[in-house]
Write a protein that binds this ligand. Structure first.
Ligand code: ZN
Length: 98
């Protein structure tokens, strides 16, 4: 009679305390994952601009991140600024010399 009551109390205490401990452990695991070296390396790779190749941000935005207008070629026919790699104007389809 005494043992089942102690057992029930143990189960009750476990059911009360265990979720809190699991939550704290879960948060600590997430903190450890956030401070992981791999995450830092990935964040550094996103920020850095490798020599020659455009970074991920430049690829996603079509190279408009740096805001450099040196690679724009103005169409001699209609005056529309086109990308430097374009062979023909996007507006009037005139051949671009640049
Ligand atoms: Zn044009």
């Amino acid at each position: 009679m005494d043992l089942p009551i102690a057992f029930r109390l143990l189960v009750a205490v476990f059911c009360i305390v265990a979720p809190s401990l699991l939550f704290v452990g879960f948060v600590r695991v997430l903190d450890r994952m956030r401070d992981d070296d791999l995450v830092n390396r990935v964040l550094e790779r996103v920020d850095e601009q490798p020599s020659g190749a455009p970074g991920p941000a430049a690829v996603l935005t079509g190279g408009a991140v740096d805001g450099s207008k040196s690679n724009l070629v103005t169409c001699s026919n209609c005056g529309l600024p086109n990308a430097g790699y374009a062979g023909y104007c996007g507006n009037c389809l005139a051949a671009l010399d640049g």
